[in-house]
Design a protein around this ligand. Structure first.
Ligand code: G3H
Length: 482
């Protein structure tokens, strides 16, 4: 989609295979193909986005708020009609379970409506006259320019749209490259994008990052890099911009969220939340619990009950009823998880659940590793998959010190009952991460709450409210009293 047109692609294409194998001998299922675009397409979308931002009064960036909202409403109405098709792609492309795929779609629709409401509120509160020291000003919030938007494979619709929607509605123009996995699910929405927004406001390209995203950054025309994914790609893309001072960053990156289970924790609740926190969508969430700190006095019981529950989780295809674990979209992920397991075993850990590490096609059954120490890779690396490291502690200062030393700082889960122990801990924890979850696992939503992180975990803040501010700048018109 470029300059308001859905162009027919005649160049090279690459095939998109499902994460679900079609037969018992694991033959890959071909779902479709995507254009492999390069420099020429990059130049075209940059020109289109820049022109849509700069050309003419009353067009996108200067359009009346009410008209911009109408475009967005039109888009979401059309989007809703594509629900079943998008949900099907979520299951086949990334292996997300049916209820979770439906939830992802519905959450996105709700996110768009809530953003529209918040945008109306923002507009009401922003465009107002103020006066200070003889200077009258009308302060308002406006767009920044051209946004390059790249979303992740684990929420190819919802998280991508949590960047895309606020960027567009604030009056920016956007170049969007869908994630490598979860790429075809954008196809049922192309026509809706095309017919809802003026030409050039949203441009969509396909292909490998280094071939199509790199020249876009090198053009020097990108004002905001909005990316949810890994630090390596974010740094590589920033470095390509010829003037990094011009570039605003909105990044959602890695995390290694710990759970701390205190001696007086309600174990049933802690175990239930830790199962969900570590293994929802097979652990492929930046908000997943990625290391469990269990007080040494309860470790034996926690481990026994936790591993029983892990081993009871059903594995299957996303549409099967009650299925919890599903095939992994990244082909090399099971090998990577195996490497982490082998490394931990060499350095003294054991796989403590019976089914841990069992392999089938592109799946590896969750392995619970115990006891973990700092020499092990799984202690440091963001596994983003089904392996659960458990570490014991004697004194609460031990996990706190580890969190302070960590390169990450997104969230923590704290399980315990005694308010006298918990209350002072909260003050310390909120200065180490950005969200403290009491007796519950880590998560991003509800989307009204700020979603961000410290250190290497994020740059900028998302949420319905914060994203509108992240994708805009306050400007004002001033006049003096004469
Ligand atoms: O991958 C990170 C996502 O932001 C996780 O979102 O907590 O809603 O699953 P979630």
């Amino acid at each position: 989609l470029v300059d308001g047109q859905l162009k027919k692609w005649t160049g090279e294409t690459s095939e998109v295979y499902s994460t679900i194998s079609s037969t018992e001998n694991y033959a890959p299922t071909l779902l479709g193909s995507i254009p492999t675009m390069g420099e020429a397409a990059a130049a075209e979308v940059v020109e289109s986005a820049v022109a849509a931002y700069n050309n003419g009064q009353g067009l996108w960036p200067t359009m009346k708020v009410i008209d911009r909202i109408r475009c967005m409403e039109n888009f979401v109405t059309q989007m809703k009609a594509a629900r079943s098709e998008v949900v099907k792609y979520l299951m086949w492309e990334i292996g997300k379970s049916l209820p979770d795929s439906e939830k992802e779609f519905d959450r996105t629709v709700e996110y768009i409506y809530d953003t529209i409401e918040d945008y109306k509120e923002l507009d009401r509160n922003n465009a107002r006259f103020t006066k200070s020291q003889g200077v009258n000003a009308m302060v308002r919030r406006g767009p920044l320019g051209v946004v390059l938007c790249l979303g992740p494979y684990n929420y190819p619709l919802n998280e991508t749209f949590s960047l895309l929607i606020p960027a567009i509605i604030m009056g920016n123009t956007v170049i969007f490259k869908p994630a490598k996995h979860g790429v075809l699910l954008i196809s049922p929405l192309l026509e809706a994008f095309k017919s809802s927004f003026p030409k050039g406001v949203i441009n969509i390209v396909y292909g490998r990052g280094r071939e199509v995203a790199s020249p876009i950054m090198k053009s020097g025309k990108v004002d905001i890099l909005a990316l949810i994914g890994n630090s390596k790609s974010a740094i590589a893309l920033q470095d390509l911009h010829p003037n990094k001072n011009r570039l605003r960053l909105i990044l959602g990156l890695e995390a290694k969220n710990p759970a701390i289970i205190l001696p007086d924790a309600d174990l049933d609740l802690a175990i239930q939340e830790c199962i969900m926190g570590t293994l929802s969508f097979n652990g492929q969430r930046c908000t997943a619990l990625k290391i469990l700190y269990v007080h040494e006095s309860i470790a034996a019981e926690f481990n026994r009950r936790f591993t029983d529950k892990v081993d009871a989780l059903p594995f299957g295809n996303p549409w099967e009823k009650g299925v919890s674990l599903t095939p992994l979209p990244e082909k090399d992920k099971p090998d990577y998880i195996q490497e982490l397991i082998d490394d931990a075993i060499t350095k003294g850990a054991k796989v403590i659940n019976a089914k841990g590490g069992e392999r089938s096609d592109n799946y590896i059954f969750p392995a619970v590793l115990f006891p973990i120490n700092k020499e092990m890779r799984v202690y440091h690396e963001e596994q983003f998959g089904p392996v659960i490291p458990i570490i014991t502690f004697k004194d609460i200062q031990e996990p706190l010190n580890d969190m302070a030393e960590s390169n990450y700082g997104q969230q923590v889960s704290l399980f315990g009952k005694d308010i006298k122990t918990i209350a002072p801990l909260i003050d310390t924890l909120v200065n180490l991460v950005c969200r403290v979850n009491l007796n519950s696992s880590c998560q991003r939503g509800p989307d009204v709450y700020p979603f961000t992180g410290r250190k290497d975990s994020a740059v900028g803040t998302l949420s319905i409210h914060d994203a509108l501010r992240s994708f805009s700048i306050r400007t004002f018109v001033a006049s003096k009293d004469n």
